[in-house]
Write a protein that binds this ligand. Structure first.
Ligand SMILES: CC(C)(COP(=O)(O)OP(=O)(O)OC[C@H]1O[C@@H](n2cnc3c(N)ncnc32)[C@H](O)[C@@H]1OP(=O)(O)O)[C@@H](O)C(=O)NCCC(=O)NCCS
Length: 149
């Protein structure tokens, strides 16, 4: 069964290891640390049998709630971990009295976009050239997605 809790500085090594295993361009340890200690951020971890298998980093920005990053370990995918983390992000937005939930996603990240649509977000904009390329080539567009809270 998946259990969730807010992560702290003591979880940095575990979440950094998960991030490196999960992302094609992982966040640095320093970037993760900023979110772990930021007053207007929360990093929520998902655990399976005590092992960290997913996390979501969420920020409050005035009356908006932003998902900055989300990842599930490759060995734990398609078992509902990310949906559970998205539910936690929505719950955090409610605690913050946020009026909307926002995120940016690579245009060609079909899996993540399907996840977000399933969680009620809809595309509301496109930012051309937003992301560095994963392979040699042009920069990639971001799709801006939003849902009301
Ligand atoms: C995107 C990601 C977080 C999804 O995590 P997950 O725990 O496997 O997602 P879930 O099991 O909760 O998936 C829920 C639903 O999202 C959709 N979905 C998730 N991954 C998908 C994929 N690769 N292809 C198509 N749909 C997908 C499906 O509708 C899925 O439901 P289903 O399994 O019943 O079909 C994971 O693939 C990941 O870590 N990817 C690399 C990091 C990344 O791209 N993060 C997003 C940055 S914006």
């Amino acid at each position: 069964m998946i259990a969730v809790r807010a992560l702290g500085v003591d979880d940095l090594d575990a979440v950094a290891s998960l991030e490196r295993a999960s992302q094609p361009q992982p966040w640095s340890d320093a970037a993760l640390l900023v979110e772990l200690v930021h007053d207007d951020a929360v990093v929520i971890g998902a655990f399976d049998d005590g092992a960290l298998v997913g996390y979501v980093a969420v920020r409050r920005l005035v009356d908006e709630c932003w998902i900055l990053n989300i990842a599930t370990h490759p060995s734990a995918r398609r078992r509902g971990v990310a949906v559970r983390l998205m539910d936690e992000a929505v719950a955090r937005g409610a605690v913050w009295a946020s009026t909307s939930l926002w995120l940016e996603v690579r245009e060609d990240n079909a899996g993540a976009r399907a996840l977000y649509e399933r969680c009620g977000l809809a595309a509301v904009g496109r930012r051309p050239g937003y992301y560095p390329p994963l392979l040699p080539g042009p920069r990639e567009a971001a799709i801006l997605m939003r849902r009301a809270l």
